[in-house]
Design a protein around this ligand. Sequence first.
Ligand code: SF4
Ligand code: FES
Length: 323
Amino acid sequence: MVTVKIDGIEVQVEPGTTILNAARKIGGEIVPPAMCYYSKLKGSGGKCRTCLVRIAKNSAQNPNPAPKLVASCSTPVADGMEIENITSPQVLDARKGVVEFLLLNHPLDCPICDQAGECDLQNLAFEHGTAQTRYEFDRRTFEKIDIGDKIQLHMTRCILCYRCVYVADQLTDNRTHGIMNRGDKSEISTYIQNVVENDFSGNVIDVCPVGALTDKTFRFRSRVWFTKPYDAHRNCPKCAGKAVLWMQGKDVLRITGRKDQFGELENFICNTCRFDKKNASDWTIEGPRHIAKDSVIGQNLQLHEKHLSNKVPDYDNKQRLLS
Ligand code: SF4
Ligand code: FES
């Protein structure tokens, strides 16, 4: 095991562990944000630069700092390494710059985007973004593409994180899409429509950190914060059958995989569970799903509760309204 310090907190990890995963072992707010890294997808990471950190001391043998900030998702730790994330003004400043870059071509259409409330980029901008943009040019735009009847690609919102490409590559047996061209001409290739044939293609929706890949069976049916998420499972011959049902009353509006505290799926789920089991009776409901307080959807729920508590001081009444 090697010992490293992140923002002054010591942790022991296996040699070869990345700085990001060492930070995840500690947990809490010192964990750098990650828009492209996905621990369950091999080769992911190193694309978005949101996870930049400062190495203040390279190792016990080499106490010099690294000459520039490094991507924590793809930099392995060394024994005695000291890393700064939220304690470094340089890192926080660079992260602001990265958010600004990610938003250069990303439309500011949260009010009409289905991903709003659970969008990693929205959360990131909420925490690290600035209120104004310095960008004076037209954002690039694309026509929406239907990927079969269940998934829609809105390339205009894509931040080119490659996660959907890795899902298609590693979970489906016949990848037919990828990222074409370079620089600001890069885009998901035209062959993406064909990926829908596979049983696990729906996972591209869950891994997409923005609203570029959305569930057509849910689009515009409700804002996500007006639905109630429940953990549920079923006996599925294809996948673990563990999912989240997003319900309004008795109606199941949407089914997704379960995400952990880092926003990654605990298990990939199959398209049958995701798209074809929209009756609550298809599932054993375990109980309400916990929503992270620091997400935009969590903020909305808190504001909603605060609003109710201001208007309705009586606790029972408030619970009735929230239920
Ligand atoms: S469509 Fe979504 S998952 Fe795919 S590269 Fe773009 S942002 Fe990433
Ligand atoms: S999460 Fe590290 S570069 Fe994207």
